[in-house]
Design a binder for this molecule. Structure first.
Ligand code: BG6
Length: 483
C-alpha cells in the first residue's frame, strides 16, 4: 500500500519549551518523520525557545539526539538528518520577561503561517500568549498549540480560555488531546460513519453496554509531583477517556468538519449523568517485587490520589438511555492494552435451544498495541454432531490487512502538528468542550474531597482493585480481560 502524503506550504514554528521532555520525545521526532515523508518543505523554519543558554548548534545537537533516540533506526539517514537540522534555530527566551521576544519577531518570515507550540507548564500559557501579541509576533492567521492540562477544574479552564481569547480567536487555538491523533481513534469514526453495517445497531436497543479500557504497565515514576495533584481522573478521564466516549456515543455529524464534529461531541458530554458514589472505584498501586509503590513514586506517604479508576457512566439521551458505558484506566496494570468493546445484546430468541443461541456479538476496537478491530460472531462448530455453536473472532489486524507500510502509522503528535499547520481543528478540543468536561468531573472530585475518600491499594501487575470487578458483576456483566 502506498501512503499518500500531501506536502504543506512552508511555515514558521516556534516551540516554547523547545528543550523539554515533550519536545524531545514527541514533537521533534514527529517533525523528523514528517520531513522524511516529504511533507515539510526545506524552507520551513523551526525555532526552539527556552530559558537556558544555547546557540543554534547546541540546539541542532539536541534535535539530532532526540531523533536518534526516538525515531526507529530504519528511518535514520544521516543525509536526511542533516537536511532536517538546517531547519532549526534557537532563541533564549524568558516567558515571563522581555528577553528573546524581539529576536523571535525579527526571525519570522512575512508571508508564511506561524505556529506557536506551548510545550510548557500551564502557568506560562497566558504570559506567552500576551507577549506574542505585544511583540507583534502573532498575526491574524497564526496558530497556537496548547498542551494539557488545560486547567484543573472548570474555574481555571474558563479563566484560561478567557485569557487566551483576549489575544487569539477560537479558530487560532489548538488544544491538543493526543488520543484524538491516534490512528485507531480516528478509525472509530470511519467504522461508524463509513459503513452501513454498524450504525443501525448503535443504540440502546441493540447494545448491552460499552467498555473503554486504557491500561498501562508504567507507574508515575519521574512525574510523581505533577501526577499527585492530578490523579487518573484529571490525567486520563477528563480528557482522553472522555474523548473516546464522545466518539463512540456521538450522533453522526452532518459532515467531517471541525465544528460539526465538535458540536456533536459537546452534546454527549452535556448529556452525561452525574456519577453516583457507588459507581466509581478508585485504586492506588502497591509495591511490586521489584517496583516501588505509588506512595513511594509520588514521594507523598499520605497521598490519597488515585492511579486507577473505574466508573459506570450513563449518557442520558434517546440513543443511549439504559446502556451503561464503563470506563477503566490505571497504571502498573497487567498489560499495556487500550481498547473499546461494544458488547451487543443476545439475539431476542434462540432457535437452537437456550444454551447455544444466546451469545452477544462484541466489536472490539484495539487502540494499542496491535491496532485493529475484532468482531466476535457465533458460528456452527464444523463437523457432525448437530448444531453446536461456537464463537470465533473476525479479526482484522491493521498491520496484516494493510501491509507493513500501510500500518506504519504516523504517531499521534506528528499527525496533529500537520493538522495545525493546515488549520484543521477537527481533532482538537474546542473551549466549550473542555469546560463541559470539567463541569462533569468537578462534582466527582469535590465529593471525594468532602468525604475524605481514600483509594484502595491494588497489586502491581493486576487488573486493579477487586471492587472494580464487582462494579460490573452486580450488573451481571464482566470486564474483558486486560491482556
Ligand atoms: C498522558 C498522560 O496524557 O497520556 C500519561 O499524562 C499517560 O499519564 C499517557 O501515560 C498515555 O498516553 P499513550 O499514548 O501512551 O496511551
Amino acid at each position: 500500500m502506498v501512503s499518500r502524503v500531501i506536502p504543506v506550504d512552508n511555515f514558521d514554528l516556534v516551540i516554547f519549551g523547545g528543550t523539554g521532555d515533550l519536545a524531545r520525545r514527541k514533537i521533534l521526532p514527529g517533525l523528523y518523520r514528517r520531513f522524511v515523508a516529504g511533507q515539510i518543505p526545506d524552507e520551513t523554519r523551526i525555532i526552539g525557545a527556552a530559558r537556558s543558554e544555547h546557540d543554534d548548534d547546541d540546539y541542532r545537537h539536541f534535535v539530532q539526539d532526540a531523533v536518534c533516540e526516538f525515531v526507529a533506526s530504519k528511518k535514520h539517514d544521516q543525509e536526511q538528518i542533516n537536511a532536517f537540522l538546517k531547519l532549526f534555530f534557537y532563541v533564549k527566551t524568558d516567558a515571563l520577561g522581555e528577553e528573546g521576544w524581539d529576536k523571535i519577531a525579527s526571525m519570522m518570515k512575512p508571508d508564511v503561517i506561524r505556529v506557536f507550540y506551548f510545550s510548557v507548564g500551564p502557568r506560562l500559557f497566558s504570559p506567552i500568549a500576551e507577549r506574542l501579541h505585544r511583540f507583534e509576533i502573532a498575526q491574524d492567521d497564526s496558530r497556537i498549540v496548547v498542551e494539557k492540562p488545560f486547567g484543573r477544574d472548570l474555574e481555571t479552564a474558563r479563566a484560561l480560555n478567557q485569557e487566551l481569547a483576549s489575544h487569539f480567536d477560537e479558530h487560532q487555538i489548538f488544544r491538543i488531546d493526543h488520543y484524538l491523533g491516534k490512528e485507531t481513534v480516528q478509525n472509530l469514526m470511519a467504522v461508524r460513519f463509513g459503513n452501513i453495517l454498524f450504525e443501525p445497531l448503535w443504540n440502546s436497543q441493540y447494545v448491552d453496554h460499552i467498555q473503554i479500557t486504557v491500561a498501562e504497565t508504567v507507574g508515575v515514576g519521574g512525574r510523581g509531583g505533577y501526577y499527585d495533584k492530578s490523579g487518573a481522573i484529571r490525567d486520563m478521564v477528563q480528557n482522553h477517556l472522555m474523548q473516546l466516549l464522545c466518539l463512540i456515543a456521538m450522533e453522526p455529524p452532518s459532515q467531517f468538519e471541525h465544528d460539526a464534529v465538535r458540536d456533536e461531541k459537546l452534546k454527549v458530554i452535556r448529556a452525561l449523568d452525574p456519577v453516583e458514589r457507588d459507581e466509581i472505584v478508585r485504586g492506588q498501586y502497591g509495591a511490586g517485587d521489584d517496583s516501588s509503590s505509588y506512595l513511594e513514586d509520588s514521594e507523598n506517604p499520605e497521598s490519597t490520589t488515585e492511579s486507577f479508576i473505574a466508573m459506570k457512566v450513563q449518557v442520558s439521551n434517546w440513543r443511549w438511555k439504559g446502556t451503561p458505558i464503563y470506563l477503566r484506566t490505571g497504571k502498573r496494570l497487567r498489560a499495556r492494552a487500550s481498547e473499546i468493546a461494544v458488547v451487543f445484546k443476545d439475539p431476542p430468541h434462540s432457535i437452537f435451544g437456550q444454551q447455544d443461541g444466546r451469545r452477544g456479538n462484541v466489536l472490539v476496537i484495539r487502540l494499542q498495541p496491535d491496532e485493529g478491530m475484532n468482531l466476535r460472531v457465533t458460528i456452527k462448530e464444523p463437523g457432525p454432531g448437530g448444531m453446536r455453536l461456537i464463537e470465533v473472532p473476525l479479526d482484522m489486524s491493521f498491520a496484516e490487512a494493510l501491509g507493513e507500510d500501510g500500518a506504519d502509522f504516523p504517531d499521534a503528535y506528528e499527525r496533529l502538528i500537520m493538522d495545525v499547520v493546515r488549520g484543521n481543528q477537527t481533532l482538537f478540543m474546542r473551549g466549550d468542550e473542555v469546560e463541559a468536561a470539567w463541569a462533569w468531573t468537578d462534582p466527582i472530585i469535590e465529593a471525594w474531597q468532602e468525604r475524605g475518600d481514600k483509594p484502595i491499594t491494588y497489586d502491581t501487575g493486576s487488573s486493579g482493585p477487586d471492587d472494580a470487578l464487582a462494579l460490573l458483576h452486580r450488573d451481571g456483566r464482566r470486564w474483558r480481560e486486560i491482556k
